[in-house]
Write a protein that binds this ligand. Structure first.
Ligand code: ADP
Length: 299
């Protein structure tokens, strides 16, 4: 069983506004668009489009938004039999006003059914038998820990949204994939631009796993604890139009590549290329590539 994602499914409500509202202010939006989202489901969709055998474990409500999230994932070739419907609780949502012209946004997340995912829900075959288990932090921490503990294969964790990581959890993680901002928060460093050398030092200060830091248009940095030199993998040239969800595509692609026996540098090359391609269209899932498109562009 190649890959399983344990995590969040959300409905994103994207509202186009001429100007973002200030505190206490009302602005009139120009349009509202529904899009499938949630870090977990975005990662699963990316992995599913890249190869077979991807499972999602999570929770949605018994509402139309839940129907839409399941349908969207199934259309990305993800097995959703491990996604439970939760009575009396809405499907998770993220309301995102986006300012036209600048692309600046605000995000209000309501976890809804994602907050109801329990350790019992993740004690299941797709978790025990996955070659690679993908985790993020949009479901309760005790459930994330239980999933990592139940995993039969390698564990890849995206520490987002950033929060302190217990050492018992880090001890179960094989690959930690923060973006630059998450790495800085995780290590308690002061915010600000970093050189690759500084980022390597921060990554090495984290106890436990291999750290792969995603660096937007600069690609990704692989930092191992065995003293081997850090590796910076730049992306192929693309024209990025929307980087929403690029990090989620990176993780889904990394899991698929690791599950199909690529070594870590080759898997990171594959993931950097897939994520770069995902930025060439709108939204988190508007331009997720298939394996053929990624192979054709591999550096
Ligand atoms: P996040 O979405 O978590 O903020 P990043 O911005 O670091 O993550 O992006 C993740 C990956 O997406 C990068 O490692 C890179 O492969 C790709 N990517 C992001 N932005 C660009 C860009 N402007 N041009 C090319 N690739 C990009």
């Amino acid at each position: 069983m190649p890959g399983t994602v344990v995590g969040s499914l959300n409905e994103d409500v994207l509202v186009a506004v001429g100007r973002l509202p200030g505190g206490g202010e009302t602005v009139i939006g120009r349009s509202a668009t529904l899009a499938p989202g949630g870090k977990g489901a975005n990662q699963a969709a990316a992995a599913g489009l890249l190869g077979p055998g991807v499972h999602m474990v999570g929770r949605v409500g018994e509402d139309p938004a839940g129907d839409r999230q399941l349908a969207a994932l199934a259309s990305s070739r993800v097995d959703v039999s491990g996604v439970h419907r939760t009575p009396g609780v809405p499907t998770g949502s993220a309301t995102i006003p986006v300012e036209e012209g600048t692309g600046e946004n605000l995000i209000v997340v309501v976890p809804g059914a994602n907050a109801e995912l329990t350790p019992d829900d993740v004690d299941v075959d797709p978790v025990h038998r996955a070659d690679v288990l993908l985790l993020q932090l949009e479901v309760p921490m005790d459930t994330v820990y239980a999933a990592a503990a139940a995993a039969g294969g390698r564990v890849v964790l995206t520490p987002a949204p950033p929060q302190p990581l217990p050492e018992e959890l880090l001890a179960l993680v094989d690959v930690l994939v923060p973006n630059e901002h998450e790495l800085v928060q995780l290590t308690g460093a002061t915010a600000g631009a970093r050189t690759p050398v500084e980022l390597v030092a921060l990554a090495r200060s984290i106890f436990g796993p291999v750290v792969v830091v995603t660096l937007g248009a600069r690609g990704a940095l692989v930092v191992r604890r065995d003293g081997s030199p850090a590796l910076l993998q730049p992306p192929p040239p693309v024209t990025a139009v929307d980087t929403t969800g690029a990090g989620d595509c990176f993780c889904g692609a990394l899991a698929q590549a690791l599950a199909t026996d690529r070594d870590l540098p080759a898997a990171v090359r594959f993931a950097v290329t897939a994520a770069a391609l995902s930025t060439t269209g709108p939204g988190a899932r508007g331009a997720l590539p298939d394996a053929e498109a990624v192979e054709a562009l591999l550096p």
